[in-house]
Structures are given as structure tokens and as C-alpha cells.
Design a protein around this ligand. Structure first.
Ligand code: DGP
Length: 116
């Protein structure tokens, strides 16, 4: 299977690693939208939140058990936002489940700036 994030996990494509253990990898986004912009991915290929099942959801819990530590390692010391895009309407561009951890600066209060 040809998956960009699987290739990053395997080390075939280099990444700027922030955290790694047996289940997950966290690395800096190639096009950061804030001083801290880290992607957390499960090593097991799951396409998106649509692919989360009772059989594989433990890795999602694992990600959230480590998110505070990863945010700090990534440079978000005063709060952060966690976002996942699922599917076409959400503009998911890489079909491997990933959580954006964004911080290191004051973020807008809402996702949609016109609501601020
Ligand atoms: P999304 O739009 O939610 O599917 O986010 C995909 C993110 O992946 C996007 O913010 C840019 C990032 N990205 C794409 N290709 C690469 C890459 O080769 N390396 C890294 N580090 N990030 C990438």
C-alpha cells in the first residue's frame, strides 16, 4: 500500500521526529501553521476517524494519553489545540489517521475566523 505517513513511519521518508514509541509517531508538520505544529499518527494504518473500531481504538486512547507530553515537546507550553480532519469536506489530504497538535502562540478562539 502506498501511504505517505506509513513511509514516514518506516523511515523511508525523513521527518522531524518529536516523539516515538511502539504504537505511535509524532513529527513536525511540513507546512506549520503555528510555532508548534505536530502530527501524531498511529503506526498501524487507519485511514481516518471513520476507520476507528472497538478492535483498534486503544491506539487512539494511547495518543491522547501522550498528547500533553507531545505538545510540550513540540513547543506548546501554554495550551494547544488538537484537530483531526476526516474526509473530503474536512479537506483531509493524507488518508492515514493523524491528529494535528497546534500551539506555541495565541490561537483564534474559533475555527472559523469570521465568528471571532
Ligand atoms: P490533513 O490536511 O489534515 O490531511 O493534514 C495533512 C498534513 O500533513 C498537512 O498539514 C501537511 C502534512 N504533510 C503532508 N506531507 C507531509 C510530509 O511529507 N511530511 C510532513 N512532515 N508533513 C506532511
Amino acid at each position: 500500500m502506498d501511504c505517505l505517513f506509513c513511509s514516514i513511519i518506516k523511515g523511508d521518508i525523513p521527518s522531524n521526529k518529536v516523539y516515538e514509541d511502539e504504537k505511535i509517531l509524532a513529527f513536525r508538520d511540513i507546512a506549520p501553521e503555528a510555532p508548534c505544529h505536530v502530527l501524531i499518527v498511529p503506526k498501524e494504518h487507519i485511514e481516518s476517524t471513520d476507520g476507528i473500531t472497538p478492535e483498534n481504538s486503544d491506539v487512539v486512547a494511547h495518543i491522547f494519553e501522550h498528547v500533553a507530553e507531545i505538545a510540550k515537546l513540540g513547543g506548546a507550553s501554554n495550551g494547544y489545540r488538537v484537530i483531526t480532519n476526516c474526509g473530503h469536506d474536512a479537506c483531509q489530504s493524507v488518508p492515514h489517521l493523524h491528529f494535528h497538535v497546534i500551539g506555541g502562540t495565541q490561537l483564534p478562539a474559533h475555527c472559523f475566523p469570521e465568528n471571532d
